[in-house]
Design a protein around this ligand. Structure first.
Ligand code: SF4
Length: 360
């Protein structure tokens, strides 16, 4: 079986004020969709992402204008900034000079040895890590020739090739991703990588699709890996507002008990016994608890027949009961509340429990 403890046994790597790897926390990343040289728009998007719960943000660096904008962007944001560079070592040097907290570049693709050395030297001087980003869609030619098509083995071999270049230069602050849009391939590659080395892994199912389909696909792939104790950071790649990526990532981490201070909602699927307008109530409560920073389980159930019993593990909840609601805590009914005020009363109780949690 894949090592269940890979997440914790990984080498800790500093990225800004955060440490990736060496513990059980999984850090949420996203990527901006703005033109990076448009500092105003990029900063606005990064701040929106931070508000949504993003912990590390990546920007694309396709040209020197983007690389030059890094210094200005850095001054105006709080999140650690990752700069994504393909091939051009000069962009990497400029981004590092501008204060990038991490760069994503594959050392084997930079070209001449002295260019690689220059980038590694600059990263070392600033104490920033390098993420090696292996992508099934852009594997090195010799690997495609050797394996015939992108396989998990080929992807790990590619990662090890780039890792070796950095290790030979005495550089170990490395994070690795092995992305593929095929879920089976990505899962296999990450599992093999977790067996092959102890550098932290950044998870993602690339080009996973639109908000709905991409969420399902990413949750399936990343979920398997999280279950196996693999993954130190993650990005959900969606063809959507990146804020949605952060929301999905948070929910996924909550599902696996990996979000320490977040509230979760338990709500029933409804059936013919329903006594309240459950779907809209559940959505309202879900939106409300998104800002609650305490590990509360909140239940919203359509009726009292099975309600409180079904959600016994919930810290608090309501169950519909003919024009009114039963407010319950840990499976015990506390009091009845009229339907018109039940959501407000629930919110107040949630706030009380959250405050008690913070006082502890
Ligand atoms: Fe049906 Fe009540 Fe169960 Fe909801 S809680 S699914 S309404 S029985």
């Amino acid at each position: 079986m894949t090592k269940m403890i890979h997440r914790k046994i990984t080498r800790p790597v500093k990225v800004g004020h955060l440490t990736i790897g060496g513990h059980d926390e999984v850090i949420i990343q996203s990527m901006t969709t703005t033109k990076t040289h448009d500092v105003e728009a990029t900063v606005a998007e990064i701040n929106r992402l931070e508000e949504a719960g993003c912990q590390i943000v990546r920007v694309a660096c396709p040209d020197m204008r983007a690389a030059e904008a890094i210094a200005d962007i850095k001054k105006r944001i709080n999140l650690p900034l990752v700069v994504d560079i393909h091939f051009n070592y000069k962009f990497a040097l400029k981004a590092i000079e501008g204060g990038a907290d991490k760069i994503r570049i594959n050392p084997g693709n930079i070209g001449k040895r002295e260019n690689v050395e220059a980038v590694v030297k600059a990263a070392k001087e600033k104490g920033i890590p390098i993420r090696i980003g292996v992508n099934a869609g852009s594997l090195e030619k010799h690997l495609l020739e050797k394996y015939g098509y992108p396989t998990a083995e080929a992807m790990v071999e590619s990662a090890l090739h780039h890792i070796k270049i950095l290790e030979d230069l005495d550089f170990y602050d490395i994070i690795v991703s092995l992305k593929a849009s095929d879920v089976h391939l990505a899962v296999e590659a990450y599992k093999k990588a977790a067996e092959a080395f102890d550098y932290p892994l950044h998870l993602g199912i690339t080009e996973s699709g639109t908000l709905f389909a991409g969420t399902v696909k990413s949750a399936a792939g990343v979920g398997i890996l999280l279950h196996h104790g693999i993954g130190n950071t993650l990005r959900i790649s969606l063809s959507a507002d990146p804020v949605e990526e952060v929301k999905v990532a948070r929910e996924l981490l909550k599902t696996f008990g990996l979000a320490a201070n977040a509230a979760t909602l338990i709500s029933c699927p409804t059936c013919g016994r329903i006594e309240i307008d459950l779907i809209s109530i559940a959505n309202e409560v879900e939106e409300y608890i998104a800002q609650v920073k305490a590990p509360l389980k909140v239940a919203v159930l359509g009726c009292a027949v099975n309600g409180p019993g079904e959600a016994r593990e919930a810290d608090i909840g309501i169950a519909g009961a003919r024009g009114e609601g039963l407010l319950f805590m840990k499976g015990e009914i506390v009091r009845k509340v009229p339907e018109e005020t039940m959501v407000e009363e629930l919110k107040k109780e949630i706030d009380k429990l959250a405050a008690e949690h913070h006082e502890k």
